[in-house]
Design a protein around this ligand. Structure first.
Ligand SMILES: [Zn+2]
Length: 299
């Protein structure tokens, strides 16, 4: 079965066969998001749901208080990827996340994007422009800043703008650096990349890969693509539609499934559809387990 999966994932990545697989979106989604690495005492529920937020600019921090209320109401535990330069500027914003019981994860020391009041966002730093030493310094410096300012020991990492950092050698480089700094996990690869590259076996390091859109195995499910990107093909309502579809498809699986969704706080805070999706998740809570990456590993 495992070999058969690998073959299908290979063809799902490209070519005519990949296109053909999109005609059976539910099956191919379950196949790609099947996650047998459930040996961390995760849960006996069939579906594990992780929610994470990348905190890139002030607009994201402004959303935290309201976001804490929403997540608290739905009893969702999330992981927040943070940059040291932002933590130094507004430590209280990040203290609130810790106080509310969420996880903080390493997102590199330097700011890597800038948002403007008109909604435009400029990406300012890509890891494919950095050499190994610079990446190591970004991760290690951020660890020390967060420890000094917030008194918090991070154990996991997400690569800034990870969409441009999906090559095998790039992800293996991140894994080797994270091992050197004593981290427990990474969450920077798309599920199809992680499986297609057989990452777990290649580096012997835990990767929580990010979930793709049902029927579009190489497109990550994110708030940017659904709600913000200037050239997006999808409408706001599609966020809710595809989220519900993802849950429905996952619940039909007979094998363990990892759903790992990341969003930007500022994108979803005034978006009514976000609450609708959490209501939907609530309804399936008998079958879906939610916790932070950290708790899944060391609780
Ligand atoms: Zn980011």
């Amino acid at each position: 079965m495992v070999k058969y999966d690998k073959f299908l994932i290979k063809i799902a990545r490209k070519g005519v066969f990949g296109k053909a697989l999109r005609f059976i979106p539910g099956y191919s989604f379950r196949m790609i998001h099947y996650w047998p690495e459930n040996n961390f005492k995760w849960t006996d529920k069939k579906v594990t749901f992780c929610l994470s937020f990348d905190c890139d600019n002030k607009e994201d921090e402004d959303a935290f208080p309201c976001l804490m209320d929403i997540l608290g109401y739905h009893n969702i535990k999330s992981s927040f990827a943070v940059c040291g330069q932002r933590v130094e500027e507004s430590p209280d914003a990040y203290r609130l996340l810790i106080k509310s019981g969420h996880e903080i994860m390493n997102h590199g020391y330097s700011k890597h994007s800038q948002a403007f009041p008109d909604g435009k966002v400029l990406s300012t730093l890509f890891y494919n422009d950095l050499d190994e030493k610079k990446i190591f310094d970004e991760i290690r410096n951020n660890h020390h800043i967060v420890k000094d300012v917030l008194g918090y020991d991070m154990v996991g990492f997400r690569t800034p703008h990870f969409g441009t950092f999906q090559k095998r050698e790039q992800i293996l480089l991140i894994h080797s650096i994270l091992k050197r700094v004593g981290y427990l996990y990474d969450s920077s690869a798309l599920m199809i990349t992680a499986k297609g590259l057989n990452l777990l076996n290649a580096s012997n390091f835990i990767e929580f890969p990010l979930t793709s859109i049902v029927g579009l195995p190489d497109s990550v499910f994110d708030s940017w693509g659904f709600l913000k990107a200037a050239d997006r093909a999808r409408r706001d309502g599609d966020f809710v539609k595809y989220f519900k579809m993802m849950i429905d498809v996952a619940l039909k699986s007979r094998r363990p499934i990892l759903l790992n969704i990341y969003l930007d706080p500022s994108h979803i805070i005034n978006f009514e559809g976000f609450k609708i999706t959490l209501d939907y998740l609530d309804m399936a809570s008998d079958y879906i387990f939610n916790d932070t990456y950290r708790n899944l590993l060391i609780k």
